[in-house]
Design a protein around this ligand. Structure first.
Ligand code: G4P
Length: 197
């Protein structure tokens, strides 16, 4: 998605060979106009998938997921990383290990909101090692629903997440695919012919 790549080039900052800082528009301050365009793009890409629900994870997945939900006219459920006072019964859960943060979280959603009649689109802001996305896939599958696809805002293609999800036979669509963050520069994978024109 050209608009997103331009935004990353203009406002993103390469912190290391593995980490891209985008907290000026995605992870802390949020650019609503860009999120709207991201939502439209996910809606366009997954138009044929008969999506009935979107599932994401707090906190940075929520903004793009809500915009996609608005465009697709479907509800959005976000997985919680911490126990909630009100979310106690009938939980779907998965354990997610973060290599970046070296911590393990038990993530959960209520099984009231996803069931076997659903075709679910999973959305997240970053795809790195794929732990969060795999946890979301497990929870959706526990409910009996079908994972119809995964929409990612920024995929770091040099890490293992995309491969792990493809190996499960799941459709993964990422709006920006980063081949490398070496030498302080963002290099993208270009394969969408439409975007090259
Ligand atoms: P994984 O789920 O793909 O395995 O990723 P990992 O454990 O490595 O990521 C842990 C957290 O760090 C996630 O956010 C993820 O979105 C974020 N992250 C991973 N790589 C980058 C990066 O290059 N830049 C930025 N800005 N974030 C990255 P989180 O802890 O769930 O945070 P939040 O959603 O509450 O903001």
């Amino acid at each position: 998605m050209r608009l997103l790549e331009e935004k990353i080039s203009k406002d993103g900052r390469v912190l290391s060979e593995n980490v891209l800082k985008v907290d000026s528009f995605l992870n802390h301050r949020i650019d609503p106009q860009l999120m709207l365009e991201i939502g439209k793009e996910f809606a366009r890409i997954f138009a044929g998938e008969e999506i009935t629900k979107i599932v994401t994870i707090e906190s940075s997945g929520i903004a793009p997921a809500v915009m996609a939900g608005l465009q697709m006219n479907v509800p959005v459920i976000f997985a919680r990383k911490r126990k909630s006072l009100t979310l106690v019964d009938d939980l779907l859960t998965a354990t997610v290990y973060s290599f970046t943060k070296n911590e393990t979280n038990e993530i959960s959603i209520s099984n009231k909101y996803v069931d076997k009649s659903d075709r679910v689109l999973i959305i997240d802001d970053f795809l790195a090692n794929g732990e969060a996305a795999l946890g979301l896939v497990k929870m959706v599958q526990q409910s009996g629903a079908k994972v119809a696809g995964i929409g990612i805002v920024i995929e770091k293609s040099f890490q293992q997440g995309a491969k792990k999800l493809h190996d499960l036979g799941i459709r993964v669509e990422s709006l920006a695919r980063i081949a490398s963050l070496a030498n302080g520069e963002v290099t993208y994978i270009k394969e969408n012919v439409e975007e090259l024109i």
